[in-house]
Design a protein around this ligand. Structure first.
Ligand SMILES: [Cu+2]
Length: 210
């Protein structure tokens, strides 16, 4: 009785052992599968990476083509811009006066110093002279260039000679008047912006006999 019991115990022990053995194998297989699938993932992602690298290369090539196109367009724009004539900085009084060829030329710059305005002579014998007296001979074609030197709106008018310039208000802006000195005598030039003549923008032009 005892031995029979003992043998059946042994049998069940064997079965239990073999069951434990199979139970130990399953996690091992699971681990192997996990490793394999991880390897597969890394392999497939490497393949994907290779594809992406190719895509990037293709995109870079395309980008190169676009860059070339942009360069070509930029060049053509630059060429067009350089062929556009620069705007004339000096605007003449009228078409009629443009046809006159000046025989004498003066340059004046507007100035605002110590609370007063003036026309400052520029160049030759009137350089830096405030409201210089301009001497011209009868019959001369006179050109007077006025440059804005203070950034305040001004113009240039000669009383009694029907000479009016355009208004200039930007610093560095220029305008000019051209007229024939047909009448002998002394005439006042001034700025016709209200208050400016009173604040000092007044000088003389003397038209002398030849
Ligand atoms: Cu003025």
């Amino acid at each position: 009785m005892n031995t029979r019991k003992g043998s059946s115990l042994l049998k069940s022990e064997k079965i239990r052992k073999s069951k434990i053995g199979a139970g130990n194998l399953l996690p091992a297989i699971a681990i192997i599968i996990a490793i394999l699938s991880a390897l597969m993932v890394s392999f497939s992602s490497q393949a994907e990476l290779a594809v992406l690298k190719n895509d990037i290369k293709a995109l870079e090539a395309e980008l190169g083509i676009y860059k070339n196109k942009v360069d070509i367009i930029t060049k053509s724009i630059e060429e067009k811009v350089t062929t556009i004539p620069a705007p004339e900085h000096e605007h003449e009084e009228s078409k009629e006066s443009e046809q006159l060829q000046p025989t004498v030329e003066f340059m004046l710059q507007t100035a605002f110093t110590d609370g007063s305005f003036s026309f400052l002579g520029m160049g030759s014998n009137i350089n830096e002279v405030k409201n210089p007296t301009l001497y011209v001979t009868h019959g001369a074609v006179v050109k007077i260039v006025i440059e804005n030197g203070d950034g305040i709106e001004h113009d240039f008018v000669i009383e009694g000679l029907d000479v009016h310039s355009k208004h200039i208000s930007m610093k560095g802006e220029k305008t000019s008047v051209i007229f024939k000195a047909e009448r002998e005598g002394e005439f006042y030039y001034y700025c016709s912006i209200p208050g400016h003549r009173e604040l000092g923008m007044e000088g003389k032009i003397v038209i002398e006999e030849k």
